[in-house]
Every structure is written in structure tokens, then in C-alpha cells.
Design a protein around this ligand. Structure first.
Ligand code: NAD
Length: 498
């Protein structure tokens, strides 16, 4: 069986820990590898290597950093196929979907290729007689990333290219469920010319996370995952004096107004609800049918859900793969059962689905629940699986109220041809990322990504301009270059301009 190791200071290493965790193939349900799980000593080795590398990388030229990013970007293109297969084999998602996350992650590298522009400081000439002021942003030191299973390449790519291009070094602790993509990325960085120790990968579970959060050599932590862990990471990391950005879970609503093109809206809701087996933080998990849109919308959604081909992620023609673990499968089945028990209509029931030849795989079919209300567990939980709930409201105002009462605020969408309603929706919902006739409004890399409320703990969205800000500190330098030795003597009042 393959053993997946850490990557520290430019080489693979098993570290000192004796613990390992299983890595499954979700399509067969069998264990295909084990991954080493770090002890605090392994985290310390990685942080020490990163701190040493920071001594020179923190001082490297912008040109050097950009050249590495350009080379890294080319390697991501060249190895897209291999990488997509690696992701699919451990996560379970369809190969084309894996390609999609590689492309969206690569866009952050493309932004980082232009870091010289994004990192420009400012200059004010002659703020006082003979005095100028300029500001610059400097790297923090060793930064760490802790990432979820559902985007094993894209979410880490939201972090490390930004951290490294701004002059930091990095320790990544990816999800222990699909760890291989991170080691692959480490090898691509090495091939791109990144010096040893600038990018390190430490595999592990809570023990590794705690060691990162408590390590005095780590300056900043970027976290993406579920809300309870985001909150924990934020509290523990900031308590030990670190800068922390922590993105959490979601419950994303897509509102469909009666005037919307129902086929168009249903196509997008179906793809956004069941793509990647619903395991996206921007998945649409609640359709909100306004006015008399409900019955027709549910009919079209049911037809489309029943047309989805479920199978292994690498099989041609598959629309939706398995969920990531047996436990995730059970959670999805329980959510549908509880929805039914609490009064929802189970219009499409994916609980009994089996895929011939893959009976032990973690498959569960698409489910569609109708007449879901906010009191139901199926509405309150982040199911994180292929379940679309439909709630009904009488008006757009009620739809906005429903969304605003939800504790999460990651993404939302509205489907309508009514510009006034769309504009009001955009202004009034308390959600960070909003789509108008766009179901998964993941911002481009030159904007930043981040939800509101329980979907983001702390105040820092990720990548783009916010990423530059997060991974650097501002410095303001006020300068005077006197050209004579004349002085008017010491002045003891608070300095003012003249
Ligand atoms: P998770 O919270 O279980 O794990 C995320 C990371 O935290 C992993 O690296 C894991 O090893 C670590 N971790 C898990 N339990 C821990 C604990 N008790 N103490 C310390 N560390 C711990 O999340 P997941 O199941 O891997 O991913 C799915 C979740 O991530 C969903 O809630 C999804 O909405 C969220 N997510 C959010 C975004 C976003 O941008 N807001 C993006 C992707 C995923």
C-alpha cells in the first residue's frame, strides 16, 4: 500500500510520528493508501525549515517571485490531466469537475504572476517642507494553511501562491482524506525553481492543526473548512497572537421568481446542487420558489435530477461521483430521512441508489425535497451532499428574510428577468457572494472570496486584493534629506506640517 509522506524542505519525509490515517477510493470503498499523521515535532521541523527559507525568500526580488509563479502556472497547465485523475481518485469527483477546480485555482497563480503590480506601495511628495512619505507592504514570515477535503487543489491555491508571491514561506496542512494533490503541487513548485523550504506540506489531523495554531514561529493561519472548526481555529490562533482568516460552511439559497425562465433556472440549480455530489461550499442546497413558481419548478427539477448519471468519477459519461466517505453517505441518507419525518415531500429519493460493480462505493443518488421549512433539520444542517431542498415563499421580501435569518451567508443567487428585483436582492441580502442568473458566484481571482456571518469567522476574505493585505504588513516611512546643516533647534511640540 502507498504511504503518503510529508514534504519538508524540498523532500518527502515520513517524519517522526507513528500514526497514519487511511485514504479511500470513494468509488470502490476500499483503502488505497495511508497518510502519515504529524506529531508536533513534525510541524516544528516544517516551521523551522520555512523560517530558515524566509531569511532569503523574504528578501527575494519581485522579479524572481514572479518568474517562479509563471513557471509554476505552466506546470499546472502541463500536468492538468494527471492532477485531475489524482484528485478524482481520492475525492471521488468527476474528472472534468476536477479540471474545473484546477483551472479556478490556477487563476490565483495568474493573479500572483502580477504581484509586482498588486504590491505597489504609495508615495506622497512634499507632505511638509522637504518631507516625503511612502508606504510599503512587507511579508509576515511563516504562514500556514489548513484546508478541507472538497477542493484538494483549488482551496490551497487560494492561499499559498498569494503568500509566497508576497514574500512569505508556507506550511500547508491539507485534508487527510485526499492528501496526494498537495505533494504533487510541492513537486511542481520545486520544478518551477522555488527554493527548498519555501513551500512545505505536513499531513495530519487535529494534532497537527493544534501544533500549527500554538507554534510561535507561525505568523498567520489561513483556514477553510466547516464553521465549528473555523471558529475553533480562529479563537485558538488569535489567542496565540496570529493573524487568522477562517472561512466556514454554508447553506446557499437560490431564489427563483415567477418570471424566470424555469428550464434555464432548473438547469443551473441542478448543476449547482448535485455537481461534485453537493460537496461544494458554493453548492446550492436550497431553492426558494417565489409566488406560483413552486409546482412547475419542482417538476422540472425532478425531471433533471432523475436524468443524472451517477458513477465513478473517472468513468465516461458520469455526471456525479460518490461522496467522500461512508460517514458522509450516512449523513446524507439521515438528512433525507429526517426531512421526510419532519414533513417535507421526498420528490426524488437517492437513498437506495447503487452503482453496479461498485456496490461498496460511497454512492448516494440525487435527492429532491419539497416544502422544506426553516424548522426542519434538513434546512438547518449543512448536509454537504446531493440533496436539494425547495422552500416556498409568497414574495421576494419573504425570500430575502429567509436568507437573512439563516446563520450562514456564503453565496446566494436570484433567477429573474426583473432588474429591479435583482438589484434590490443584491443590496438587501446579508450574504458575501451573490449571483444574478448565475448559480455559483465564485468571484474571479482578482476579486476576493469570502462569505458573511457564520461562513467567515474574523474579517478577512481570501485571495485577490484581500490576500495581498492578509499576507503583508503595512509600513509607512517619513523621510527628510536636509541639504544644509542649519537647524532651528529642538522643537518640543507635537510635529505638524509646514
Ligand atoms: P473540516 O472542517 O472537517 O476540515 C477542515 C480542516 O480542518 C481539515 O484540514 C481537517 O484536518 C481539520 N480538522 C478537522 N477537524 C478538526 C478538529 N477537530 N480540530 C482541528 N482541525 C480539524 O471540513 P471538511 O469536511 O474537510 O470540508 C467541508 C467543509 O468545508 C464544509 O463545511 C464546507 O462548507 C467547508 N468549505 C468552505 C469553503 C469556503 O470557502 N467557505 C470552501 C470549501 C469548503
Amino acid at each position: 500500500m502507498t504511504s503518503i509522506q510529508h514534504w519538508i524542505n524540498g523532500a518527502g519525509t515520513p517524519g517522526v510520528a507513528s500514526r497514519t490515517g487511511p485514504v479511500f477510493n470513494p468509488a470502490t470503498g476500499t483503502q488505497q493508501a495511508d497518510v502519515v499523521l504529524a506529531d508536533p515535532a513534525d510541524v516544528d521541523t516544517a516551521v523551522t525549515a520555512a523560517a530558515k527559507a524566509f531569511e532569503s525568500w523574504g528578501d527575494s526580488s519581485l522579479t524572481q517571485r514572479q518568474r517562479v509563479m509563471f513557471a509554476f502556472r505552466e506546470l499546472l497547465v502541463r500536468h492538468e490531466d494527471e492532477l485531475a485523475r489524482l484528485i478524482s481518485a481520492e475525492h471521488g469527483k468527476v474528472i472534468d469537475d476536477a479540471r474545473g477546480e484546477i483551472v479556478r485555482g490556477r487563476e490565483v497563480v495568474e493573479y500572483a504572476c502580477g504581484i509586482a503590480e498588486a504590491l505597489k506601495g504609495s508615495f506622497s511628495d512634499q507632505v511638509s517642507s522637504g518631507v516625503d512619505v511612502h508606504s510599503l507592504r512587507q511579508p509576515l514570515g511563516v504562514c500556514a494553511g489548513i484546508t478541507p477535503f472538497n477542493f484538494p487543489i483549488m482551496v490551497p491555491l487560494w492561499m499559498h501562491p498569494m503568500a509566497i508571491a508576497t514574500g512569505n514561506t508556507f506550511v500547508l496542512k491539507p485534508s487527510e482524506r485526499d492528501p496526494s494533490a498537495s505533494n504533487f503541487v510541492a513537486e511542481l513548485y520545486a520544478e518551477a525553481g522555488l527554493p527548498d523550504g519555501v513551500f512545505n506540506v505536513v499531513h495530519g489531523d487535529r494534532t497537527a492543526v493544534d501544533a500549527i495554531l500554538d507554534h510561535p514561529g507561525v505568523a498567520a493561519v489561513s483556514f477553510v473548512g466547516s464553521t465549528p472548526i473555523a471558529r475553533y481555529v480562529h479563537e485558538r490562533g488569535t489567542a496565540s497572537g496570529k493573524r487568522v482568516q477562517a472561512l466556514g460552511g454554508a447553506k446557499n439559497h437560490a431564489v427563483v421568481l415567477p418570471d424566470a425562465d424555469l428550464e434555464f433556472a432548473a438547469d443551473h440549480l441542478t448543476a449547482a446542487a448535485y455537481g461534485s455530489a453537493g460537496q461544494r461550499c458554493m453548492a446550492v442546497s436550497v431553492g426558494v420558489a417565489v409566488g406560483d413558481a413552486g409546482d412547475d419548478l419542482v417538476d422540472v427539477l425532478a425531471r433533471k435530477a432523475n436524468e443524472i448519471t451517477v458513477g465513478p468519477g473517472d468513468a465516461p459519461g458520469t455526471d456525479m461521483g460518490p461522496v467522500v466517505t461512508a460517514e458522509a453517505r450516512r449523513r446524507v441518507i439521515d438528512a433525507v430521512r429526517s426531512g421526510a419525518e419532519q414533513g417535507a415531500d421526498v420528490v426524488v429519493d437517492g437513498r437506495e441508489l447503487t452503482v453496479p460493480g461498485h456496490e461498496d462505493g460511497f454512492f448516494v443518488g440525487p435527492s429532491l425535497l419539497d416544502k422544506v421549512t426553516p424548522e426542519m433539520d434538513a434546512y438547518q444542517q449543512e448536509i454537504f451532499g446531493p440533496v436539494l431542498s425547495v422552500a416556498r415563499t409568497g414574495t421576494v421580501d419573504e425570500a430575502i428574510e429567509l436568507i437573512n435569518n439563516n446563520p450562514y451567508g456564503n453565496g446566494t443567487a436570484i433567477f429573474t428577468g426583473d432588474g429591479h428585483a435583482a438589484r434590490r436582492f443584491g443590496r438587501e441580502v446579508s450574504v458575501g457572494m451573490i449571483g444574478v442568473n448565475v448559480p455559483i458566484p465564485v468571484p474571479m481571482s482578482y476579486y476576493s472570496f469570502g462569505g458573511w456571518k457564520d461562513s467567515l469567522i474574523g474579517d478577512s476574505p481570501i485571495h485577490g486584493p484581500e490576500g495581498v493585505r492578509f499576507y503583508t504588513r503595512n509600513k509607512v516611512i517619513t523621510s527628510r534629506w536636509p541639504h544644509t546643516s542649519r537647524t532651528s533647534g529642538a522643537a518640543f511640540h507635537f510635529p505638524t506640517t509646514s
